[in-house]
Design a protein around this ligand. Sequence first.
Ligand code: FE2
Length: 374
Amino acid sequence: MTTTTAPSAQAPAAHLLGWDCIEFWVGNARAMAGFLAGAFGFRCTAYAGPETGVRGKSSYVLEQGDVRFVVSGALDAGSPIAQHVRTHGDGVHDLAWLVDNVDAAYAAAVTRGGRIVREPWDETDDLGTLRLAQIGTYGETVHTFVDRTRYDRKRLEPGYTNENLPPAPAGPAVGVVAIDHVVGNVEKGKLDDWVHFYAEVMGFSPLVHFSDDQISTEYSALMSTVVWDGTKIVMPLNEPADGLKKSQIQEYLETYDGPGVQHIALRTDDIVAAVDALRARGVRFMRVPDAYYDEARGRLAGIDLPWDELQRLNILADRDQDGYLLQIFTETVTDRPTVFFEIIERRGARGFGEGNFKALFEAIERDQARRGNL
Ligand code: FE2
């Protein structure tokens, strides 16, 4: 682990207030929304589509704790959503952030070299005015800046209804409370460029770097740098490295047809209850070999943990100088082996499970081998 310092930047960067929402572009929004509700315990809180006067797409808003997802599908072949799905399969299109001033955030990002996707615009209806702007990040992923201060919080944006929504499927409460971090996979050799983008354009600071010898297995290699805004927004970035076999990051880049979001980590205050609930709801997780727990009990000696429960549920454990964390990774939730979720409980630790990387990647590689890609 190597701690690095932020490069100095010339003009003040965008002032970010936190996550607004994450939007998925998928082939069947109704089905993906139902999956996130049924399997992950999200509740559908809003809908937009032809019935609400929105043409060409249908969108479902799903919420749990402070996490808000939007799942959108195309209603015609010429839609940008349809084109995105044809290229990438189901995936994340937009990582949207709340800001106090959209025009200032946009101007700062563009002045610092950000790629313009859409200049600032207003969305207005009877509940007020939303101010929005978009800049590009890795692949076809975008960041939307959102100012909600002049818009009623009871609606996501014009065109959405809170009525006649799909009912919540039965199942135990999961207890997701917040987005912990969102990981992107970028092209081989481009990690430094994207770290530079987040530092210079967005004003983020590099938090920690992992070289390939620290987090790689015998077969599959990657490098990773974590950047963050200094408060709430944490964005690890991965690039593939050379190993004996194809890197899992390379497999992602080939099957997603370019860079994109690899996983979204959802924070809970009780991971044993959360994973019990998710398993009861039918979520499948990466399997962890029993031998992992012999090693982990030694690595975390002195910390009182429910080891039998962790082993039964395949939850991973790691520690750093500030405390410990518990985490688990789902299987990919898309048809292509691209996007998955992480569930994480932090007890002081501020890391990302570096001590678990090899255990995780060995688990990933067993699945990769089953698909004939290792
Ligand atoms: Fe993670």
